[in-house]
Design a protein around this ligand. Structure first.
Ligand SMILES: Cc1cc2nc3c(=O)[nH]c(=O)nc-3n(C[C@H](O)[C@H](O)[C@H](O)COP(=O)(O)O)c2cc1C
Length: 355
């Protein structure tokens, strides 16, 4: 079998694999550029790059400059395809989108919030817009609004199922029955919804599936169901190039299936993480002190939040996992070694060919 390429608008990747954006600081330039060098699309996360103790103006300046630095570093290491991941709930999301466009980024991935106004921010048609959706209903809403308001459509959609890592676009009740919302069930519904817009705009809208994709067999299954590619996060955490601390990676290697849990995040969405000392302590303490001069998330109710999610994720990034939150996908417990991005992608592609 020949490995299919992945075309997203004006951009063609040699292999149908996107490394998903992982905040806070899990996917930065080292990981994204390594993936891009292997022919995939490497995603830098724009989330949590600021200094949470800084004032609003300072926070925004620091995160803007940090994003610029990561883009420069990635571009110095690769000529391959890079994307930037944004969350709609970030207070400075528009500023960061502007920064990435100015820095020549050609693919914007937007999740955690409806990107109904995104086309109004991006006037350059060579910048590809890729919303993350978790249902056909949301896909149809975004495409309908973009069509009516802006006479344009998405360059691709990432369909993220209930087994993914980090924040999830499903309710806690839905996550108790992940099989009812499996990618196998959701994908045909999304493919149906996009038909109207593919016909109207005369081009394919690639759907990329993510959440629980572990090996080449999973990729083959998704492609056979009509996906144009896959987005993977968890497997890329345990690579040498991943930007996060070794302690974070070790927590993946040590995790057993029963350690992987759904938590209620201060963002107001459920999220998947590893049950660790931080989460155990939180159960006893109930609530931790929060210093929040900026308000980095529009949705975080600081007075009610049990902890600062940015600080908890930064702690883990730095290696203080006992005081930190460790996001992961449902299949993290299956990983037993840290390898290079090259080795991982070669393994995935040879399994894909075999399948
Ligand atoms: C540690 C971690 C952090 C993540 N952070 C983000 C994020 O900030 N924004 C986002 O859109 N998705 C985020 N994700 C989701 C990934 O981009 C990816 O879509 C998902 O993890 C795919 O499922 P998999 O991990 O089972 O491969 C995160 C995932 C992980 C594991």
């Amino acid at each position: 079998m020949e490995i299919p390429k992945l075309q997203i608008g004006s951009l063609t990747a040699d292999i149908p694999i996107i490394q998903g954006g992982m905040g806070v600081r899990v996917s930065l330039s080292a990981l994204a550029s390594a993936v891009a060098n292997e022919g995939g699309i490497g995603t830098i996360s724009s989330i949590g790059l600021g200094d949470i103790e800084a004032s609003k103006k300072e926070y925004e300046r620091i995160s803007r400059e940090a994003l610029m630095t990561e883009i420069h570093k990635a571009k110095s290491k690769t000529d391959g395809h890079l994307a930037i991941n944004f969350m709609g709930v970030l207070s400075n999301v528009n500023d960061l989108i502007q920064t990435s466009i100015e820095e020549g980024i050609k693919m914007i991935v937007f999740g955690a919030g409806l990107p109904t106004k995104l086309p109004a921010l991006v006037h350059d048609p060579s910048v590809n817009l890729v919303p993350i959706v978790s249902s056909a209903r949301v896909a149809e809403l975004i495409l309908r609004v973009w069509n009516k308001r802006y006479e344009r459509t998405a360059d691709g959609l990432i369909l993220e199922g209930p087994l993914a890592g980090g924040h999830l676009g499903f309710s806690e009740e839905q996550l108790e029955h992940p099989e009812e919302y499996s990618l196998e069930k959701l994908l045909p519904e999304v493919l149906e919804v996009i038909k109207t817009y593919e016909d109207k705009y005369g081009r394919k809208i690639p759907v990329i599936t993510g959440g629980g994709i572990y090996d080449g067999k999973d990729i083959a299954r998704m492609l056979s169901l009509g996906a144009s590619g896959v987005q993977m996060g968890t497997r890329f955490v345990c690579t040498k190039e991943c930007d996060v601390s070794n302690e974070f990676k070790q927590a993946y290697l040590d995790a057993k299936e029963e350690d992987i849990v759904i938590i209620k995040s201060p963002v107001g969405m459920p999220a998947r993480a590893i049950q660790n000392r931080f989460l155990n302590d939180l159960e006893v303490k109930g609530k931790l002190k929060i210093k929040c001069p900026y308000r980095c998330l529009t949705v975080c109710k600081v007075d009610k939040a049990r902890y600062c999610i940015a600080l908890a994720l930064i702690n883990s990034y730095l290696g203080d996992v006992d005081h930190g939150l460790i996001f992961c996908g449902q299949n993290a417990y299956r990983i037993d070694k840290i390898i290079t991005v090259k080795e991982l992608i070669q393994e995935l592609l040879s399994e894909l060919k075999e399948a």
